[in-house]
Design a binder for this molecule. Structure first.
Ligand SMILES: Nc1ncnc2c1ncn2[C@@H]1O[C@H](COP(=O)(O)OP(=O)(O)OP(=O)(O)O)[C@@H](O)[C@H]1O
Ligand code: SF4
Ligand SMILES: [Mg+2]
Length: 387
């Protein structure tokens, strides 16, 4: 029987009433040097100095039905000027993990453990007053639905101006000048007129641009964009993605892009992290993960993308549904849906949680799967279906 990943082992202990004191002791001891080194190597695919470092993050919600383990043992990093895409099906923990980076969870109803460092500073456990200083300044979030993020009763210009003034002691006129600059920068025509309009007077694409203007008004070092284009039609989607790309060049920010659209990932991402049932199951550069995926769940995601050549063929969605986060299956969380589990000797897929390990025995591309011949299976069976 293989040993669970250290991060998962720690989680299990935290949840076990009997293991409470052992967990506390492990917590105090911290991970071994070897574990730390392995994690450091595996959470930084680019090798550049990261601005955001997430290590061993767990987010749990105690509910009347039990503890929802929304995020487990999640580690990744993002350097300035680089884009990490987090992908996975609905409910895999993409938004919950990113909200933790923004410090947006209700601390009375949420248990957060692990480490989130921004420019070297730890933010897990910071008081709300400190988090408020970081939000909108060093870190900004662009949400899927600008309609619900922009206040309907204030003009767009007013909201951008106030977002700037929260973090800068400047006059209203100076802040207005900055807001107009931002409206212009995000491609909103006639900023002077648009400044005084209300969100409902903007189209969906324009509202998203306004949201981005508000997010970037303070030159954040990190932008978290949660499904920023899902509600938009394809043409506007491409424009908004271009805009994010250009703004990243201009501001040099790190971007975490949350999406379930692998087309968007291919277009935008430098690095890719695939999440399933709250855990990272594959992580590496976009080239590694998209061109040489090594985890059956990633294969399933890639196979379920509609392609032009497959227009007349049936789509291949991943069969079944993600597991309940109240009661994750033993072993690999993907095992109830995995078409390859019979190729693993014995019962390991249903008994042992696979570790996130380098796919080639070394390097920064990691995957969580017991299969020994992943490369062969991918090349011989999966890749031909993708072409
Ligand atoms: N406050 C909460 N209390 C209990 N469970 C929660 C809470 N917030 C989120 N969850 C659960 O955590 C899981 C992860 O949610 P999350 O919003 O991160 O999913 P997601 O990957 O962003 O999905 P989507 O693509 O649909 O946005 C879901 O099962 C969700 O129901
Ligand atoms: S560990 Fe087993 S069940 Fe999980 S993805 Fe690999 S083959 Fe499938
Ligand atoms: Mg989400």
């Amino acid at each position: 029987m293989s040993t669970p990943a250290p991060e998962d082992r720690k989680d299990t202990m935290v949840e076990s009433a009997a293991g409470e004191s052992e967990a506390a002791a492990a917590e105090k001891r911290g991970p071994s040097v070897a574990t730390r080194e392995r994690r450091q190597a595996s959470i930084n695919p680019s090798g550049e100095t990261p601005y955001l470092v997430v290590e061993d993050l767990a987010v749990k919600f105690p509910t009347a039905d039990g503890v929802v383990s929304a995020v487990n043992g999640l580690s990744y990093s993002v350097p300035l000027g680089r884009t990490l895409a987090i992908v996975g099906e609905s409910g895999s923990g993409k938004s919950v993990s990113s909200m933790a980076v923004m410090g947006l969870h209700d601390r009375k109803r949420t248990r957060i453990t692990g480490s989130i460092r921004l420019g070297g500073d730890e933010i897990v456990g910071l008081p709300e007053s400190e988090l408020m200083k970081i939000r909108g300044d060093a870190v900004a979030m662009v949400f899927q639905d600008p309609q619900s993020s922009l206040h309907p009763l204030y003009t767009v210009g007013n909201q951008i101006t106030e977002a700037y003034r929260v973090h800068h002691k400047v006059s209203k006129d100076t802040a207005k000048k900055r807001a107009l600059e931002m409206l212009d920068l995000v491609g909103i025509p006639n900023p002077q007129r648009r400044f005084s309009q209300y969100p409902h007077e903007f189209s969906g694409g324009m509202r998203q641009r306004a949201m981005i203007a508000m997010g970037l008004v303070n030159d954040p070092k990190l932008v978290i964009a949660d499904e920023p284009t899902t509600a938009l039609d394809v043409t506007v989607q491409a424009q908004i993605l271009d805009l994010l790309n250009n703004l990243q060049k201009e501001f040099g920010s790190a971007i975490v892009l949350i999406t379930h659209d692998l087309g968007v990932v291919a277009e935008m991402a430098d690095d890719v992290l695939v999440m399933y049932a709250g855990r990272c199951v594959e992580y590496g550069t976009a080239e590694d993960v998209l061109a040489n995926p090594r985890m059956p769940y990633t294969w399933g995601l890639l196979e379920s993308i509609p392609t032009v050549s497959a227009a007349n063929e049936r789509l291949r969605p991943i069969k079944g549904l993600p597991p309940s986060l109240l009661n994750l299956p033993d072993g690999c969380s993907f095992n109830p849906r995995c078409p390859y589990k019979d190729r693993v000797k014995g019962e390991r897929c249903t008994t042992d949680l696979p570790e996130l390990l380098p796919v080639d025995g070394a390097g920064a591309h990691t995957a969580r799967c017991h299969l020994h011949d992943k490369a062969t299976i991918y090349t011989a069976e999966v890749a031909p279906r993708l072409s």
